[in-house]
Design a protein around this ligand. Structure first.
Ligand code: PFF
Length: 477
């Protein structure tokens, strides 16, 4: 159990993970999501395959993992919501409590991501529905789906975009499911989802990957994902890989600080962080090995970007035996992964509200979700009827963009890198050394190595993403 009695509503003990395994599963659940299944293959495909993948793995090891450990250790030490945890560590280190702002920013960032993440979660539910109806009506080999033309299949997504009320409804459904589990609390809700859904997710992932490897173009995929060609490693490719590593590990957004705050004192954080980063990277790679053989076997292009999962893949499912059933299982798997991530995006603002205003969890959850629903509806509608609605259009970075793209750009290009840079500086330079040493579970040379990374490499590399994100022209991106 998380052991602190502080930071909760008047007099009640603070909730926490029931075991180390529960924490590991919940943190893997947060990390593994649309980022692995949708964004990673799309980014790898759009950025030339092998060079991106190899650089990505380096980023996870040298930058993602040290920051992940830094975030969880702040949370575990603070045993409170993310901003309060940072403030406590700052005060004990005789530093200014204003450092708490780094996590305030993270809480706001996770709220913003939640709002549009649930919109994409809604698209996933839509595809679950399409495949489920086909399988129920016509059996695993499908009927209606089988007879659709390639154009009709590719039009499914734009057709959904054109239907504003349906998109908002699906967004509300996905957010509603997320809300239900977060309202039930850490051990009773979030942990429950992780314990049941993550194993189910892994079974589905392995089963579909084996199916895809046996029946699809596996050798071509391996060559594509793992052939490292130096000349493809350009500035924009490196930055895309670093940004992807960050998004995938749920960093820079108070999320892992919050999850860390529910961990008991006896857990070795260096060990658990390594397991979480390893599992997340393995899932991203397996997702590539699962998706591309199907795409290549159908003779389709790998570089469709975001359309890869929602347009190219359904097209490929059509041409394989049992495709509709595989499609159904595939999108159920994506929905499960997205749900264990969306609960981790809702939890930081909810924990903050409980701490800050002493409002009980179900009410806090309802208030945050209502706010996310309003923003989410604006994002959903920015694909069609409100395409003219460009809230930050006066800033050159966001010129001509709808709400969805503005929120995506704002969080990925500003909130995540700024949050992570401040975390690295805070843990590397500001926090009391003895406090950090006693929390991080590292000894000797490994500790020294981690400190070097957190102090130097992480802030500098992250500053690189920040500048490149803000001034793409500088990097030719
Ligand atoms: N890591 C999640 C994914 O890969 O889909 C997304 C995410 C969750 C990002 C939580 C940030 C976060 F705080």
């Amino acid at each position: 159990m998380g052991i602190s009695g502080t930071g909760s509503v008047a007099g009640t003990a603070r909730d926490g993970w029931s075991s180390r395994t529960a924490f590991i599963l919940a943190a893997i659940g947060s990390a593994v999501g649309l980022g692995n299944l949708w964004r990673f293959p799309a980014e790898a495909g759009a950025n030339g395959g092998g060079a991106f993948v190899v650089f990505y793995i380096g980023c996870v090891l040298l930058i993602g993992l040290p920051i992940l450990l830094s975030e969880t250790l702040i949370g575990r030490h603070g045993q409170a919501s993310a901003p309060e945890s940072v403030r406590r560590v700052a005060l004990q280190s005789k530093a200014s409590p204003a450092w708490g702002l780094l996590a305030d920013l993270g809480v706001l960032g996770s709220f913003l991501i939640l709002s549009f993440y649930c919109v994409v979660g809604g698209w996933v539910l839509y595809y679950v529905g399409i495949f489920a109806v086909d399988v129920v009506q016509s059996g695993p080999f499908g009927g209606a789906f089988e007879s659709m033309s390639a154009e009709e299949i590719e039009a499914l997504l734009p057709d959904l975009f054109a239907n504003g009320p349906l998109m908002v409804g699906l967004d509300a459904l996905f957010l509603g499911i997320t809300l239900y589990f977060v309202a039930k609390g850490v051990s009773g809700g979030i942990e429950w989802v992780a314990k049941w859904m993550m194993p189910a997710f892994f079974v589905l992932l392995v089963a579909i990957t084996i199916y895809s490897a046996v029946g699809g173009a596996f050798e071509e995929t391996v060559a594509y994902l793992f052939t490292f060609e130096w000349d493809k490693l350009t500035g924009p490719v490196m930055l895309a890989a670093l940004g992807q590593a960050f998004f995938s590990l749920s960093l820079g957004l108070a999320c892992m600080i919050t999850y860390g705050s529910y961990v008991g004192r006896s857990v070795n954080l260096a060990g658990t962080s390594t397991i979480v980063a390893g599992a997340d990277t393995a899932v991203a790679l397996i997702a590539g090995l699962c998706l591309f053989p199907i795409v290549f076997a159908a003779g389709l292009p790998a570089n469709a970007g975001p359309g890869l999962m929602f347009q190219t893949l359904p097209h490929a499912f059509q041409s394989m035996p049992g495709g509709p059933l595989v499609g159904l299982l595939f999108f159920v798997m994506v929905a499960v992964a997205a749900l264990t991530s969306s609960v981790s995006l809702l939890e930081p603002p909810v924990a903050w509200m409980i701490d800050r205003f002493r409002i009980v969890r179900p009410v806090s959850t309802g208030i945050v979700a209502a706010g996310a629903m309003v923003l989410g509806a604006l994002s959903a509608l920015s694909f069609n009827t409100m395409g003219w609605f460009h809230p930050l259009g006066f800033i050159p970075l966001f010129e001509g963009q709808g709400m969805f793209d503005v929120l995506d750009g704002l969080t990925a290009k500003l909130f995540m890198p700024i949050g992570a840079i401040l975390t690295a500086i805070f843990v590397g330079w500001i926090a009391d050394r003895r406090l950090v040493d006693s929390e991080n579970g590292l000894g000797g040379i490994l500790h020294l190595f981690w400190l070097l990374l957190v102090r130097f490499l992480c802030p500098l590399a992250l500053l690189g993403i920040l500048i490149a994100g803000l001034f793409p022209d500088l990097f030719g991106g």
